[in-house]
Design a protein around this ligand. Structure first.
Ligand SMILES: *[C@@H]1O[C@H](CO)[C@@H](O)[C@H](O)[C@H]1NC(C)=O
Ligand SMILES: *[C@@H]1O[C@H](CO)[C@@H](O)[C@H](O)[C@H]1NC(C)=O
Ligand SMILES: *[C@@H]1O[C@H](CO)[C@@H](O)[C@H](O)[C@H]1NC(C)=O
Ligand SMILES: *[C@@H]1O[C@H](CO)[C@@H](O)[C@H](O)[C@H]1NC(C)=O
Ligand SMILES: *[C@@H]1O[C@H](CO)[C@@H](O)[C@H](O)[C@H]1NC(C)=O
Ligand SMILES: *[C@@H]1O[C@H](CO)[C@@H](O)[C@H](O)[C@H]1NC(C)=O
Ligand SMILES: *[C@@H]1O[C@H](CO)[C@@H](O)[C@H](O)[C@H]1NC(C)=O
Ligand SMILES: *[C@@H]1O[C@H](CO)[C@@H](O)[C@H](O)[C@H]1NC(C)=O
Ligand SMILES: *[C@@H]1O[C@H](CO)[C@@H](O)[C@H](O)[C@H]1NC(C)=O
Ligand SMILES: *[C@@H]1O[C@H](CO)[C@@H](O)[C@H](O)[C@H]1NC(C)=O
Ligand SMILES: *[C@@H]1O[C@H](CO)[C@@H](O)[C@H](O)[C@H]1NC(C)=O
Ligand SMILES: *[C@@H]1O[C@H](CO)[C@@H](O)[C@H](O)[C@H]1NC(C)=O
Length: 529
């Protein structure tokens, strides 16, 4: 009885060892090793020697950059060799690694093409070949990788069109094809990849319009279309992308209105529509985007007033509206208590600067130049903005005095007030601004009539960082005080051009003088050099 039992077990064991799947695995294991060696043979430079472990004395699953399966311990599931400074081409032999799920060869110097055979890897989930010098086309066989979740081909030299059959990869979550030389349009089938989170097509030579089908991508968080040749309108269906966090469409040729439907994108943090041809008004519904951090609409053809509703963007840090045709700044913008950059340079804005802007405690830069602003700077302008560094109001129609309280803007580094109608004397309190680098007040109606009025010059001896000061083309008259020699040694340019000034130019400071009608470089300084 006992003997019989033993014979039976031995027989069963024998049967198992000749079982075909095991034999097949043994064969495929050798194929994996030889496919990897074939991959290695195409690498012409490996400065870190990462592939030196790829030799017969180690099992291939122990080679650097290789991972094998849990259930099939001999089969390669991942090839991960990012940032190893490898040079060479990608061998089609990878197609024999039939268990491969992950290919990550980013940030190397792989050239040549993407082998069409990669499309045969039907277990492939992750393909990252970004930051290489791969050329040719994106093979349409990739549409066969029905498990593909990530296709990352950023920063290569890929050309021609995006293969529409990528849409067969229903599990795609990330498509990153930016910084290549791709042409043609966005395949409208991209709207049917339900789990897509990132669509990056930026910095290519893509054309055409945004297909309205993209509105179906309710998981989409990142839409990068910038720096292409797209045109047409932004479809209203984009308003359905309720997961969107970043939408970059800048530097294209988009036209039409900014769709009010964008207000549904409640999670949106970054909206960059700059450098297109959008026209019409800024929709007031954008004020509903309360998670917006950074809104860039500059260099378009937007007109009308800045909607007061934008005052509801209570998380916004950066607001670029410059180089449009906007006409009015609402006081409500003073509610933006996280704003630190506000730019409306080169619009057609008239009326007063809302004093509330100077009540934004976080504001660092107010760029208001090249408009038609009128009225005065508020007398207490620096009481509510302790972080102000850059104040540009040049080329406007502002008048009145430069407020004494300017001394309270203690972080001010760059003050540009030229080409307005400021009058009165220059406040000596300016001497408290220790961080000042640049002051320009050229072409105003500032006055010096009595010798006491020059006191601001004495005071400015305190501004030890000052490099440029331009108070040319005003009404400064009389004799320059000798104390001008105490001005900062860092001063590079001092312009008094166009003022009716007389007197001697002190010779003991080293800077470029622009006094009277001609430039005069100090001889003393030239001798030193
Ligand atoms: C094979 O790789 C191992 C591990 O890196 C190394 O120690 C050995 O020297 C290599 N053998 C050859 C012949 O290169
Ligand atoms: C895959 O392996 C087979 C058998 O070793 C070989 O004939 C074939 O050339 C390999 N394919 C590629 C693309 O290297
Ligand atoms: C792909 O590689 C690039 C470059 O190394 C890297 O920045 C990126 O995060 C990688 N993508 C993924 C999804 O891991
Ligand atoms: C792979 O894709 C190509 C082109 O899309 C197709 O012709 C071919 O039949 C597919 N092959 C496999 C193995 O799925
Ligand atoms: C982009 O495409 C246009 C035509 O569609 C062509 O004239 C232009 O040279 C291309 N630019 C680049 C950088 O490939
Ligand atoms: C996708 O979008 C198009 C156009 O916006 C629409 O007609 C279609 O019904 C949508 N399909 C799905 C599956 O949502
Ligand atoms: C998507 O957007 C379109 C156009 O704005 C709209 O008609 C449609 O109802 C939206 N679909 C969904 C599912 O929200
Ligand atoms: C969006 O903003 C508009 C205009 O400011 C307002 O009338 C509307 O109620 C807001 N809608 C939502 C959903 O918040
Ligand atoms: C102002 O913007 C217009 C285009 O809107 C441009 O033509 C002009 O050169 C800009 N002016 C300045 C001073 O930047
Ligand atoms: C600035 O803020 C202060 C304190 O919150 C307030 O009293 C004052 O009215 C504000 N000034 C302007 C011009 O909004
Ligand atoms: C500077 O601010 C303080 C505190 O708000 C104020 O008392 C003082 O008058 C201001 N200085 C000037 C010159 O306005
Ligand atoms: C120079 O700065 C110091 C320190 O801030 C201050 O006490 C002094 O009054 C200033 N002098 C002038 C002339 O402004």
């Amino acid at each position: 009885m006992e003997l019989c039992y033993h014979l039976l077990t031995i027989h069963i064991l024998f049967c198992l060892s000749s079982n075909t799947p095991l034999a097949a695995n043994l064969f495929n294991s050798k194929t994996d090793a030889s496919a990897l060696l074939s991959f290695k043979s195409q690498i012409s430079s490996d400065p870190f020697g990462v592939l030196s472990s790829w030799n017969e004395s180690l099992h291939h699953c122990q080679w650097q950059g290789i991972l094998c399966g849990k259930h099939h311990p001999d089969r390669v599931t991942a090839l991960v060799l990012d940032s190893k400074q490898l040079t060479g081409s990608i061998s089609p032999s990878l197609a024999n690694l039939t268990f491969l799920q992950r290919i990550s060869l980013s940030d190397n110097q792989f050239d040549g093409i993407i082998p069409v055979e990669i499309g045969y890897l039907n277990r492939l989930r992750f393909l990252n070949l970004s930051v290489n010098i791969i050329e040719g086309i994106i093979p349409s066989t990739l549409g066969n990788c029905s498990n593909l979740q990530v296709i990352h081909l950023l920063h290569n030299n890929l050309r021609v069109t995006i293969p529409p059959n990528l849409v067969q990869c229903k599990k795609l979550e990330i498509i990153h094809l930016g910084n290549n030389f791709l042409t043609g349009g966005i395949p409208l089938e991209f709207g049917y990849i339900p789990q897509l989170v990132t669509l990056g097509l930026h910095v290519n030579n893509l054309t055409g319009t945004i297909p309205s089908t993209l509105g179906n991508l309710t998981s989409l968080k990142h839409l990068y279309l910038h720096q292409n040749n797209f045109d047409g309108h932004i479809p209203d269906s984009i308003g359905n992308l309720t997961s969107l966090l970043k939408f970059y469409a800048y530097q294209n040729s988009f036209t039409g209105f900014i769709p009010p439907a964008l207000s549904n994108l409640k999670k949106l943090g970054y909206l960059y529509f700059n450098e297109n041809s959008f026209h019409g008004h800024i929709p007031s519904t954008l004020g509903n985007l309360t998670n917006l951090l950074d809104l860039r609409l500059y260099q378009n053809k937007l007109s009308g007033t800045i909607p007061p509703a934008l005052g509801n963007l209570n998380n916004i840090n950066i607001l670029y509206l410059d180089q449009n045709r906007l006409s009015f700044i609402p006081a409500a913008l003073g509610k933006l208590q996280k704003l630190w950059y506000f730019d409306i340079y080169n619009n057609s804005i008239s009326g007063e600067i809302p004093h509330s802007l100077f009540n934004i405690s976080t504001i660092v830069t107010l760029q208001l130049g090249f408009n038609r602003l009128e009225g005065t700077l508020p007398f207490n302008m620096c009481d509510g903005c302790p972080n102000l560094q850059n104040l540009h109001t040049y080329v406007n129609q502002l008048n009145g005095q430069i407020p004494l309280s300017i001394s309270n803007c203690s972080t001010l580094t760059d003050l540009q007030l030229d080409s307005n109608s400021f009058s009165g004397t220059i406040p000596s309190t300016i001497g408290f601004l220790q961080n000042l680098h640049i002051v320009t007040m050229r072409t105003n109606k500032l006055e010096v009539r009595r010798s006491e009025d020059w006191i601001f010059l004495d005071a400015m001896a305190n501004c030890t960082s000052l490099q440029v000061r331009d108070i040319g083309n005003n009404k400064l008259q009389g004799t320059l005080p000798s104390s001008i020699g105490n001005l900062s040694t860092s001063l590079l340019i001092l312009s008094l051009f166009g003022n009716p000034i007389s007197g001697n130019i002190p010779i003991h400071i080293g800077c470029v003088w622009i006094v009277g009608t001609k430039k005069k470089k100090k001889e003393e300084e030239e001798k030193k050099l």
